[in-house]
Design a protein around this ligand. Structure first.
Ligand code: DHB
Length: 312
């Protein structure tokens, strides 16, 4: 039997798999189902200051090798998820979870950070700087100055374990610049990557975009994203302070994919499109496939191969 234990900072998890924010995490009932699955932890839907209905439907479509979505941050408001997280940790003190937060502008992050700081929540907070789907609002983390301003303000008030969700980057100079910036802050983790922003998928029968918002543009997830996710996790693992852990997200459809994200340096791996398509059984399937891959490679435990990618 292999050991799937992993950790981020002082937080311990008995399985490296979790949901990706946005999938199976809108309501307390969905969150409870992830908690009761083989997943090692969970993250809430990104909560905003006020509840939001999100973009008009259809706003998600499955594709041959993944998915496209432009949900537009539908959520029940950050206070709902904060209340859930506080109640969850009281009932399950040994199961740390992630609270995800998204602003529609820089000031929102500060306000929500103050409220979480003042609350009883002692788990991990993920500040999402990479939502691609709110019409008229660019992804924050593609703007280094705005990112720095948000993090400067945030860490003045926020002293609890914090991480940020990043979009995919595509140039080594971008990895260098973002890692230099992130290394200045007391981050516990980053989560890399969010969806490949603003792709387009077309229905061949009708020549019509598959989703309604933003003229059909939406975030691409699933197998399409795998090489980009591996590269982003690897690039940040090579550049970030060793005490900043990485949650690897993107492109998982098999246990081998989970294994490869860990090989690139991920401490936890989150499931987006595959969880949307297969539902909760994805956690058991991928856990079994990861165990089989570790056994085949002769590894007993995650630290034995985490970050151990070989290059030529
Ligand atoms: C949404 C999509 C994202 O990729 C994200 O990070 C946050 C929100 C959305 O459309 O709801």
């Amino acid at each position: 039997m292999v050991n799937l234990h992993t950790s981020i900072g002082k937080f311990q998890f008995n399985n490296p798999l979790m949901n990706a924010s946005g999938v199976h995490c809108m309501t307390a009932a969905e969150l409870d189902e992830v908690a009761q699955s083989p997943a090692g932890t969970l993250v809430t839907k990104s909560g905003t200051l006020e509840a939001r209905a999100g973009n008009p439907e259809p706003r998600y479509a499955g594709l041959a090798l993944g998915s496209i979505n432009s949900m537009g941050l539908p959520n029940l408001g950050y206070q709902y998820y904060l209340d859930y997280a506080v109640a969850f940790q009281a009932a399950h003190p040994d199961q740390p979870i992630f609270l995800s937060i998204a602003g529609t502008g820089p000031a929102d992050y500060q306000q929500m950070a103050e409220a979480i700081q003042a609350s009883a929540f002692t788990g991990l907070t993920e500040f999402n700087l990479s939502c691609p789907n709110v019409p008229g609002k660019p992804q924050i983390a593609y703007d280094l100055d705005t990112t720095a301003r948000i993090l400067d303000d945030l860490f003045k008030v926020f002293k609890k374990p914090a991480g940020i969700k990043l979009p995919p980057f595509f140039d080594l100079a971008q990895f260098d610049a973002m890692a230099d910036l992130l290394n200045r802050y007391p981050l516990t983790f980053i989560n890399s990557i969010n969806s490949l922003g603003n792709g387009l998928a077309i229905d061949p029968a009708t020549d019509t975009a598959l989703i309604r918002p933003k003229g059909g543009f939406g975030g691409i997830g699933g197998a399409y994203a795998k090489p980009i996710a591996l590269a982003n996790v690897r690039a940040f693992r090579e550049r970030l302070r060793p005490d900043i852990a990485i949650i690897g997200t993107g492109g998982v459809t098999s246990g081998r994919d989970v294994y490869e994200l860990i090989l690139c340096g991920a401490s936890l791996v989150s499931l987006g499109t595959v969880l949307q398509k297969e539902g909760l059984p994805a956690f058991a399937r991928l856990t079994g496939e990861l165990e089989a891959e570790m056994t085949a490679k002769g590894y007993d435990a995650i630290p034995d191969f985490k970050g151990a990618l070989k290059t030529l």
